[in-house]
Design a protein around this ligand. Structure first.
Ligand SMILES: [Zn+2]
Length: 92
């Protein structure tokens, strides 16, 4: 009985954590529910998968995919250049 409870509660807690984390990262509701169910029923498979997926997404956000606003001219540009591609002001 105790084992059954643990076997159900631990994946549930992990699934709730994954779902709230995915929501914070702007995943769609369908994706959040998908990850929630996946982690709850197949914790061993989906939890490592989510962590890999998540770290990749974080990496690409911190890398080149982010869109920034130039503080001088207000235009949007991608990546992390040293100078604004529009007005040429130094950005760092
Ligand atoms: Zn600019």
């Amino acid at each position: 009985m105790g084992f059954l409870l643990i076997a159900l509660i631990i994946p549930l807690v992990a699934a709730i954590w994954v779902a709230s984390d995915a929501k914070k990262r702007g995943y769609s509701n369908t994706a959040v529910i998908g990850w929630f169910i996946g982690v709850w029923f197949l914790l061993i498979v989906f939890l490592p998968l989510y962590l890999i997926f998540r770290s990749r997404k974080t990496f690409s956000f911190a890398d080149d995919e982010a869109t920034r606003v130039c503080p001088y001219c207000g235009k949007l540009f991608k990546g992390n250049p040293n100078f604004c591609p529009y007005c040429g002001e130094k950005l760092r």
